[in-house]
Design a protein around this ligand. Sequence first.
Ligand code: SF4
Length: 324
Amino acid sequence: MALLAVERLRVEFPTRRGLLIAVDDVSFSIAPGEVLGVVGESGAGKSLTGAAIIGLIDRPGRIGAGQVLLDGRRIDNLPPEAMRRVRGREIGAVFQDPLTSLNPLYTIGRQLIETITTHLDMSQAEARRRALDLLAEVGIAAPQRRIDHYPHQFSGGMRQRVVIALALAAKPKLIIADEPTTALDVSIQAQIIALLKRLCRDHGTAVMLITHDMGVIAETADRVAVMYAGRIVEIGPVGDVIHRPQHPYTQGLMGSIPSIVDERDDLAQIDGAMPRLTAIPAGCPFHPRCAYAFDRCRAERPDLMRAGTSLAACWLHASPARIA
Ligand code: SF4
């Protein structure tokens, strides 16, 4: 059974001009211990999908349809208190800015110990020992001394290490990491990604890694979902999506990564920009930018369909109308 199953999820925002649909009919699953990368431009709906899973959509946004199951149990309709318990105990979160997860007024030790004792059956002394172990594990030198320091006494990279320790503190089965390295120096980014990957492998924790950086996905993920205008346009094994992208948007996305273009000489950047939520075109939302668009693309919206080892939402892969 999938650890996480997201089924036909829709996230919507009521506005004076009507309903804006920011995440539209999104379905995917994550197996225990699996790393799923979710990639897309800003505004594609990837962060909102992550926020919907952990019950953190800012009002007036809401889940308009679909469901989220963790270990087969529905979690999208839980009361706030029960959802808070799921967050932390069963799903850990790592956000772009470490200061969103850390309280500046408390020492990191207090925050770790509080998380541990809230979710696990441990005494204060046991929790402190676990906190020290976690700090050592995430690469904080001299944890005995550092545990009593406040967040501002750490550098950005070190703070993100503390957040990862905090996310893992209650032994969750899944971590949702949303742009975990975007706010950090480039030199630190690779270290944090390597750390997250190693820890999750060692602990058997699954990860939903949300990023606009395909390079990060290439190094970390088992599978990748590519989002465009609120929908998943392609999902498949990471190597296949990178080297044999099936959706024209993914092909363009890969074309913008120099290390991948080097291996493939036939790709070009895509002209134009992703549509605003208020102006998503009929049919395939990508059709105004797609070099392969044909009549059906302008009239009918494609669902995900089999395309090699991946699934792609593109009429080029519909059996009777197959062109490519
Ligand atoms: Fe292009 Fe049509 Fe495929 Fe959309 S469905 S990506 S417009 S070929």
